[in-house]
Design a protein around this ligand. Structure first.
Ligand code: NAD
Length: 654
């Protein structure tokens, strides 16, 4: 039983990734590592699956030598030095765990942390148990126990789902279009400079994603009247002074565009120039840039970036209040309000200003990409890039192609997603695309149950705008009293919150209230209970208790049925795309796979029966009309594997 003799390159990272697919390092990893590096290190590394830098591994005795770039030569010298030396001291079967005396307290602390951090997952708990065994049992006994534990994990449902998730995530970048274009046969455009229009929640977050990846951004915010022709220009510069003068003490510079020759003051490290117009725009832009700077400060605080890197990021960010500044951009992402006319107006302006090769992207959550693209003379260059909020945290990017979007444009935004470190899924345009379309069904059921565990980050105003747009396109006016839209039941409870200015975190209250010192922590608010009671009275609704299991089933099966429809309409290419969207967009547990993986485990016959049951019970909700594809798959006497589901869309298998 030898411990490793290893020499590794200084840039290497070392870890036990098994837990990430629901396993433990079952080739005696949980028994050996504590003997080499101690319990605390072993518990941390094995339960998290994280990779530690080579020098940390060396410090803990996991590797014998960290080499420079000439790793082969150094390793040979090292090997020659140790050849022939006695091996006794390296036999781990004879070595005790150094901190075995504190095993119980270390185990309890690690267990309570793991339960919080990896909520619902069993593999990290098994890892801890196995490491504890290694301190309490002789080597061979602990190793035998480890084997039993890994067999349990390997045959369990969580590991199966995590292995599915592992491959599903790797399958989504391999996009293909109905025309036959694929990731392998299409070259993306090269993107050097970008623009973002709208410096609100999403625009600022998207700018962070881009500058963190080293991609220069010009961030455009409108002026007071929504007019983009203002001459204001804010230049972010590396020439930092520390003046912290309040806004009204800044000296105004009448220099236009990016030429900076006048007097200037700096705040938060940026040089601002402003003409005496567009005060509102200037304030909004200043706020956005301060916000971006604050986000990056947070990244520095958690050691994910150095101060120097932060300054470099800020150095490639420039603010502007005119789209004219985007003439040179290779790609522009629009993130203005969710309003079709406004977006069409912005795209038409972009089309006139930007060079012919510029790719024009919309961050719309729901709107038809074709309708936005038709405001331009380059629909083949128009595409959806749907980021999730907060854009700099959420790893999902849902890229949306319209009927005229070219393969090159698709390749460009898929490559951009890869460059900025997103899990990027390609889908076809339809109302709400895949993420919001399937999630809206989930949310609709949830609101009908009036158990509002809704997303608290997403702005309630965004939902309001989406509903207004849907109503408008149907020629209707939506009020909180509306019960049916297009013959379908809707819940306007969110609109009652909107009426009270409760938009979510951004206004300090939404479904919950938020303490500004800890805005991520939602605090239940009795005012919301009052709003619900009044809303129900206004609508003449009788509130009733619905068992939690029914709430979960209704929400989940509504999303599953809609997911099958999405497949049926080829909005998503494969089930994995939808599951990955749910994992990264809505935190669906990876160890449960996703709504469609879940359905495959339940069995499609049972899923179909349940959907039919709810359809009968709630005939007014069109999302309960059973999907045709689901019906076909469920009618087979044998369960059809997920990979073959979409083959049933072709005539031969109908
Ligand atoms: P927001 O209200 O926070 O920001 C919109 C910004 O656009 C505002 O700062 C506004 O001043 C600016 N703006 C408006 N008209 C403009 C114009 N003509 N030119 C330049 N700037 C203009 O909204 P948001 O939440 O960031 O949403 C923006 C888009 O992103 C919407 O399409 C929304 O549906 C989508 N989206 C939002 C979320 C979310 O959770 N907030 C998630 C995904 C997608």
């Amino acid at each position: 039983m030898l411990r490793w003799i290893t020499a590794v390159l200084f840039l290497s990272r070392i870890g036990f990734p098994e837990v990430l697919i629901g396993l433990l390092p079952g080739a005696e990893g949980t028994v050996r590592l504590p003997r080499v590096a101690g319990l605390a290190f072993a518990m941390d590394v094995i339960t998290s699956g994280k990779q530690v830098p080579a020098f940390d591994a060396y410090k803990h005795g996991v590797v014998d030598k960290v080499c420079g770039e000439n790793v082969l030569e150094e390793a040979k010298v090292f090997a020659n030095k140790v050849i022939g030396q006695p091996l006794g001291s390296r036999r781990l079967s004879g070595v005790d765990v150094k901190d075995a005396g504190s095993v119980d307290s270390l185990f309890e602390a690690a267990l309570s942390l793991a339960k919080k951090k990896f909520r619902g997952q069993i593999a990290p708990i098994y890892c801890l148990k196995s490491v504890r065994n290694s301190a309490k049992m002789p080597f061979h006994k602990a190793a035998a126990e480890e084997s039993k534990l890994i067999i349990e994990l390997m045959t369990g449902s969580q590991s199966a789902a995590l292995r599915y998730s592992f491959f599903a995530e790797r399958s989504v970048p391999k996009w293909k279009l109905p025309c036959g274009a694929t990731v392998n046969n299409t070259k993306p455009d090269i993107i050097r400079k970008t623009g973002v229009v709208g410096a609100g929640t999403m625009g600022s977050g998207i700018a962070v994603c881009l500058i963190q990846a080293g991609i220069p951004v010009i961030l455009v915010e409108k002026d007071q009247k929504g007019n983009l022709s203002s001459l204001l220009s804010i230049t972010v510069s590396q020439q930092i002074s520390t003046t912290n003068a309040p806004a009204d003490q800044y000296i105004w510079s009448l220099q236009l565009g990016t030429h900076f020759t006048g007097s200037s003051f700096c705040s938060c490290g940026f040089i601002f120039q402003r003409p005496p117009t567009s005060v509102k725009s200037w304030q909004m832009l200043e706020k956005a840039i301060k916000n971006i700077s604050g986000i990056l400060d947070g990244t520095v605080r958690v050691n994910r970036m150095t101060s120097k890197q932060k300054d470099q990021c800020m150095g490639i960010l420039k603010g502007a209040s005119t789209i004219n500044e985007l003439s040179d951009a290779d790609l522009v992402i629009e993130a203005v309000y969710e309003n079709l006319e406004l977006k069409r107006q912005v795209f038409s302006q972009l089309d006139q200003v930007c060079k012919a090769s510029t790719v024009l992207c919309s961050n719309t959550s729901t709107l038809d990409i074709d309708k936005i693209a038709s405001a331009t003379k380059r629909p083949e260059k128009v595409v959806g890039t749907h980021f999730f909020s907060p854009a700099y945290i959420m790893r999902l990017l849902e890229n949306v192609y319209g009927t005229k979007t070219s393969p090159t444009t698709v390749a460009t935004v898929m490559e951009l997603g890869r460059r900025i470190g997103k899990v990027t899924v390609l889908v076809k345009s339809c109302h709400g695309f895949v993420a919001n379309r399937t999630h809206l069904c989930f949310g609709a059921e949830l609101k009908c149950c009036v158990l509002f565990l809704c997303s608290y980050v997403k702005g309630i105003d965004v939902g309001w705008r989406i509903r207004q747009e849907v109503a408008k396109s149907a020629g209707l006016t939506l009020t909180p009293e509306t019960r049916y839209l297009n013959g379908e039941r809707v819940s306007t409870l969110g609109d009652s919150l909107y009426e009270k200015g409760r938009y979510g975190i951004k206004t300090g209250k939404g479904w919950y209230k938020y303490d500004p010192s800890n805005p991520r922590k939602p605090v239940p608010d009795s005012d919301v209970e009052d709003i619900i009671t009044r809303h129900c009275a206004r609508m003449g609704l009788q509130r009733q208790n619905i068992p939690p299991k029914e709430v979960i089933d209704r929400c989940l099966y509504a999303a599953i049925n809609e997911s099958f429809r999405v497949l049926e309409e080829r909005v998503a290419e494969k089930p994995q795309d939808i599951d990955v969207i749910w994992q990264y967009g809505f935190s669906f547990p990876r160890y449960a796979g996703g709504p469609l993986y879940f359905a495959s485990q339940v069995g499609l016959k049972k899923v179909f029966e349940k959907v039919c049951y709810f359809h009968e019970k709630f005939p007014y909700s069109s999302h309960w009309v059973p999907s045709d594809l689901l019906r076909k798959l469920a009618s087979h006497s044998v369960e059809i594997p997920m990979d073959q589901w979409t083959e049933f869309l072709s005539c031969s298998k109908l």
